[in-house]
Design a protein around this ligand. Structure first.
Ligand code: GLP
Length: 266
């Protein structure tokens, strides 16, 4: 990481959207993954016992690849860190190929030195889902709260699986997935009908309590959602707009996801 940290974070164009909300622009998904990994790596170096919220989706795959490489080279360690995934599908065993448990093993956990006792992913197959949501909230509190929440963004403006309409003070709970979110996740399953109808997600309110937020947006399909997140009204119709309420946010977007932002034209 000696070569990596202090590179992209230094040269990527940086726009102050408003105090406490910084946008970093990258040329493509590769640079975005590298820049996001550098933010997470710096967090781990500054506080090895950091408590992280971690996302799934296609966007963070590059970030995880860079983090795995940094860990392999001994530049960072996950050993003392605690992680909480943002969400998981309801009804899937952890070993199901479409589960976010499987995603996390494939993209991060099989490649880093994380302590399994400090890795948390909601149990979508728990016999009592409401109890599992309460347990998850308690575990986050017991860990001392989230230091850094890394977020993707859905085309419909979701964060985690907080779909449009999610209260901005919502906590970890069971939610119904929209057709758009089920379609966006269909690639994880043998056929689109296999995508579960429900998920457990960390709430918007839970996410907002993190000390820092890092939102990642890649590709033209995210341009509208990112515009609404940064410049739209703060409303449950666009859950990602809640980040405007947070005092310490970094957004990393590639140029196509940032295309609608007025800051880009200036
Ligand atoms: C899933 C996750 C979200 C994530 C979204 C974005 O729906 N539950 O947390 O933000 O994917 O996915 P992608 O990065 O593939 O666009």
């Amino acid at each position: 990481m000696k070569e990596a940290v202090g590179s992209i974070l230094d040269f990527a164009p940086r726009k102050l959207i408003r105090p406490g909300l910084v946008l970093l622009l990258t040329q493509d998904a590769e640079q975005l993954g590298c820049a996001a990994a550098e933010v997470v790596a710096k967090q781990l170096l500054a506080k090895p016992t950091s408590v992280l919220a971690l996302p799934t989706g296609r966007t963070p795959i590059g970030m995880y690849r860079f983090l795995a490489e940094m860990c392999r080279q001994g530049q960072i360690s996950f050993h003392s860190a605690t992680t909480f995934n943002l969400d998981e599908f309801v009804g899937l065993e952890p070993s199901h190929p479409g589960s976010y448990h499987t995603y996390m093993r494939r993209h991060l956990l099989d490649h880093v030195d994380a302590d399994p006792a400090r890795v948390h992913i909601p149990a979508g197959d728990a016999p009592c889902l409401d109890c599992e949501c309460d347990r998850y909230e308690s575990e986050i509190s017991r860990a001392g709260g989230l230091d850094l929440a890394v977020l993707g963004i859905g085309e419909n403006g979701h964060i985690g699986f907080n779909e449009p309409g999610s209260p901005l003070d919502s906590r970890t709970r069971v939610v119904a997935l929209t057709p758009s979110s089920r379609a966006a996740n269909a690639h994880l399953f043998a056929c689109p009908e296999d995508v579960p109808q429900q998920a457990i997600t960390m709430g918007v309110g839970t996410i907002l309590e993190a000390r820092r937020l890092l939102l990642l947006a890649n590709g033209p399909a995210k341009a509208d959602a990112l515009y609404r997140a940064l410049h739209g009204p703060i409303a449950s119709a666009s859950p990602a707009s809640a980040i405007q309420l947070h005092p310490n946010v970094v957004v990393i977007a590639d140029t196509t996801a940032a295309a609608r932002l007025p800051e880009i034209a200036t």
